[in-house]
Design a binder for this molecule. Structure first.
Ligand code: PLP
Length: 432
């Protein structure tokens, strides 16, 4: 697609593994290199304008360079970038989170989603005095040892759901059940009740394509964990603030013990959070024995971005979520119409501003096993064709297409048209 990107990639490959800084950024024959971004667009190294449907893997709920956020960060730049001492802005952010998440009474700010889930798991282990963790096949919770078992996202894409380098002594404490199979989770819990510290789950699985929870799944997890003194951790790194102001727990009305959040919270800056009830959170050092620390935690730039992001979301209110839902429904309907008229067996899953299309004869895609049975070559044809039409959808079946508030009606039409072209190419087996 872009000559300059090809040349830049040659240089990058020599000095960075696969030429990228995170696995899913790699794709064949080479990824496009980005020069700048604004609103719902990015410009590649050749100056071509691309409509972004990856949106920082969900982080850019308000679009690139949202002016209120840029202003807040610029103001903070004038006051300093790192203090390693408390700021009132951290408390403001914590209060904003707590006011949106009734299950959260205290917050620890960290830097990344992975750091948040690592802290959540350690906290659960420290709080319960138990060591096992139950997770779900295809859920991705970051790149740390306890959760790199049956992992989705890039780990599934590259066929390494259990990573080399994770000691067996660690991974044997991580048990895995199929997503949406609460019976399987209950029977594992029955056998290991006294050993399990937490059940960690993406309340909407967004790392195996998009897989919504089936009615009752989250509620049954809530009951069985409560009945057995196990903590329920919702990993809302993707869904937090995106599915609703109070995340998927608000949308599905299920209250976890621990919540992790990141991405949309700061609209593109490195910050994440772990939250929960006071009795659990107080176990963190220095008030408690569970150690967790970071130089950059609560750094004022990221905190100012997060506070500004949440203020914008407050101002836009429910109308933003309704608009996002309407726009993504419009795209999903266009996908349905095109795929059906071309006779392409498929399933489209959608929750609010997140969607994914799967090429399959199955009636539904409700689990990691279902997603693995879908035709991934066809998905690659779809993404490659869409990119030729200058619409960027994350180039993996196991990621998700994300809409932002910056996508206007013309952008939404452009995306719908690009899906149409991509589906025509799928019908024609890659010839467009
Ligand atoms: C649900 C979920 N949890 C955790 C993570 C890890 O977040 P990070 O990449 O910021 O470490 C991700 C990343 O995509 C995620 O999707």
């Amino acid at each position: 697609m872009a000559e300059r990107s090809a040349a830049l990639f040659e240089r990058a490959k020599k000095i960075m593994p696969s030429g990228v800084t995170s696995p899913v950024r790699y794709f064949e024959p080479y990824p496009f290199f980005v020069k700048r971004a604004d609103g719902c667009h990015m410009w590649d190294a050749d100056g071509k304008k691309i409509t972004d449907m990856c949106c920082g893997y969900g982080a850019l709920l308000l679009g690139h360079r949202r002016k209120e956020i840029i202003r807040a960060v610029e103001a903070q730049l004038g006051r300093g970038t790192l203090y390693c001492a408390p700021t009132d802005a951290e408390s403001e952010l914590a209060e904003m989170i707590i006011s949106r998440y009734p299950s959260v009474e205290m917050v620890r700010l960290v830097n990344t989603g992975g750091e948040a889930t690592m802290t959540a798991v350690r906290l659960a282990r420290g709080y319960t005095g138990r060591s096992k963790v139950l997770k779900f096949e295809g859920c991705y919770h970051g790149a740390h040892d306890s959760v790199l078992v049956g992992a989705g996202s890039g780990a599934a894409h590259y066929g390494v759901p259990a990573s080399a380098g994770v000691p067996k002594s660690v991974s044997r404490d991580t048990m895995v059940a199929e997503y949406n199979d609460s019976g399987a989770a209950e029977s594992i819990i029955e056998r290991h009740a006294d050993e399990i510290a937490c059940v960690i789950v993406e309340p909407v699985m967004a790392n195996m394509g998009l897989i919504p929870p089936e009615p009752g799944f989250l509620r049954r997890l809530r009951k069985v964990t409560r009945d057995n003194g196990i903590l329920l951790a919702f990993d809302e790194v993707v869904t937090g603030f995106r599915v609703a102001p109070g995340g998927a727990q608000q949308h599905y009305n299920v209250s976890p013990d621990i919540t992790t959040m990141a991405k949309a919270m700061s609209n593109g800056f490195g910050i994440a959070a772990v939250g929960g009830k006071k009795r659990i959170m107080r176990e963190l050092a220095p008030s408690g024995p569970v150690y967790q620390a970071s130089t950059f935690a609560g750094n004022p730039l990221a905190v100012s971005a997060a506070v500004a992001s949440l203020r914008v979301m407050d101002r836009l209110g429910g109308a933003m979520y309704e608009r996002l839902d309407r726009n993504s429904r419009h795209i999903a309907d266009a996908v349905e119409d095109a795929a059906s008229s071309y006779g392409i067996p498929h399933v489209t899953n959608r929750v609010g501003s997140m969607m994914q299309v799967f090429f399959t004869d199955q009636r539904k895609v409700g689990s990691s096993a279902d997603a693995l049975r879908c035709n991934r070559e066809k998905f690659q044809i779809l993404c490659r064709t869409m990119l030729k039409k200058r619409v960027f959808v994350a180039p993996s079946q196991f990621e998700v297409a994300f809409l932002s508030d910056a996508h206007g009606s013309r952008d939404v039409e452009r995306v719908a048209d690009a899906y149409g072209a991509g589906l025509r190419a799928v019908r024609d087996n890659g010839k467009d």
